[in-house]
Design a protein around this ligand. Structure first.
Ligand code: ASP
Ligand code: MG
Length: 426
């Protein structure tokens, strides 16, 4: 009998140093009744550091490039030295040496290649390195396991930096490669975030895209579940950065999780949920420091969705209010003009509202965007805007929750539906 399959995703914080990696191995030991496909992010803050190094490459600043590369090399070397004795992991050390040579040589890469494509080629080194180190440690401690290059099975279009998955081809490639390998090796270790186009060029799925990679594998392999291992006990009802007394959500539905991520909750990459929902594959969010705790279960069951109110805060918002210069009413013709102009300005609207004479909308603060909106709308409309605002969304609100979020604040705009209350506050 084949063992059932689990997909695990370990993010940067869960593999940030030697002890963290040993903890991952401890977690895997608990699941030897299953075959596991493990998706890993770059270690710690490596992706950010690679972005800075890439910046130096684009600016043709060899000194800064070399300096940053040395920091990255030292960081990973220290991790390897804490995991393996000097005489161990010779193959891994050689492979990493080759990767670091490739990174160094990247400085001479053809700079006429589009920036997004160069970025994806460069940024992928973080996940390639972390997956190699982790696989080596797992193999050493647990016996079998195999490293898989995800660029041979998650296939995308050419939209570098936020590539779209080509589902039929990816599903076929994942099943063909991973199903037999899981049977043979028990644990497969692969990279989150990165993929490849039809020419085999590296693409990426967008920052923080490793959750999405895990969902793609789970969908293709029809795994029993996906677990995202995090440094929080599960999905919380508010960001602990803004909120003291957060409550863990024990169980919510895919629909609720999609709503929460739409309104800006940042626990799970928004694209992650759809492929799981389609196949009814539960998503577990669990703490890697407390693997016995149940964490949060996200699945098709909607019966608990209303139990705990959730709070989503978006700071640094700008509220625009526009009125036709000729004082005409805001009939459909004006609205369609406004929408096409906003789409031209690439304005991403967080909330909007209209009255007889004015139309209001809220966006994230971005000086360039504000300038282009003013530029595009100024001819026909009187445009005013307010900065430094906050958008608060409360799911499953009541009187108390609303009073709580609005206390001592001025409400500039509010909207309520049956389940959701939203406030723009100054
Ligand atoms: N390492 C990538 C990033 O930091 C992908 C991820 O962590 O999900 O954006
Ligand atoms: Mg990361």
């Amino acid at each position: 009998m084949n063992k059932p399959i689990l997909v695990f995703k370990f993010g940067g914080a869960s593999v940030k140093d030697g002890d963290a990696i040993i903890n991952v191995v401890r977690i895997l030991e608990r699941y030897n009744t299953h075959n596991i496909l493990l998706v890993v992010s770059a270690m710690g803050k490596t992706t950010n550091n690679l972005e800075h190094t890439f910046q130096a490459f684009m600016e043709r600043d060899l000194d800064v490039f070399t300096e940053r590369l040395t920091v990255l090399n030292n960081y990973h070397t220290e991790i390897i030295n804490s995991l393996f004795k000097p005489q161990e992991a010779g193959k891994l050390r050689n492979e990493l040496q080759l990767i670091f040579n490739q990174i160094a040589e990247y400085f001479n890469e053809d700079i006429t290649i589009p920036r997004a494509q160069l970025y994806d080629g460069f940024i992928s080194f973080g996940e390639l390195i972390s997956s190699k180190i982790l696989q080596c440690k797992i193999e050493m401690d647990l016996g079998l396991s195999k490293w898989i290059d995800t660029r041979t099975n998650i296939l995308t279009d050419d939209l570098f930096q936020k590539a779209n998955v080509q589902w039929p081809n990816s599903i076929k490639a994942i099943r063909k490669q991973c199903l037999p390998a899981l049977e043979k090796h028990g644990i497969l270790v692969t990279q989150g975030f990165i993929a490849a186009n039809q020419d085999g060029k590296t693409t990426t799925l967008g920052r923080e895209g490793s959750d999405y990679s895990a969902a793609i594998f789970a969908h293709a392999l029809e795994s029993e579940s996906v677990t995202i291992w995090k440094d929080v006990p599960g999905m919380l009802n508010a960001d602990p950065k803004f909120f003291k007394d957060t409550i863990k959500l024990d169980r919510i539905s895919f629909r609720e999780a999609i709503e929460l991520s739409y309104y800006g909750a940042s626990v799970i990459h928004p694209k992650t949920l759809k492929p799981l929902q389609n196949k009814k594959i539960p998503l577990l969010v669990k703490s890697f420091t407390a693997p016995d705790e149940p964490g949060t279960i996200i699945d098709v069951d909607t019966s608990n969705d209303h139990m705990v109110p959730s709070f989503i805060f978006k700071k640094n918002q700008v509220l625009f209010s526009i009125t036709p210069k000729d004082f005409s009413f805001l009939i459909e013709a004006n609205l369609s003009d406004i929408f096409s102009k906003l789409s031209e300005a690439k304005a991403e609207i967080n909330i909007m509202q209209n009255s007889a004479l004015s139309f209001s909308f809220l966006i994230d603060h971005d000086p360039m965007k504000i300038a282009s909106i003013l530029d595009i709308l100024n001819t026909n409309y009187e445009v005013k805007y307010n900065t430094d605002l906050e958008l608060v969304t409360v799911r499953h609100y009541d009187k108390k929750t609303n009073e709580f979020v609005c206390q001592n604040k001025k409400i500039l705009l509010q909207q309520r539906t049956r389940n959701t209350a939203r406030f723009v506050l100054a």
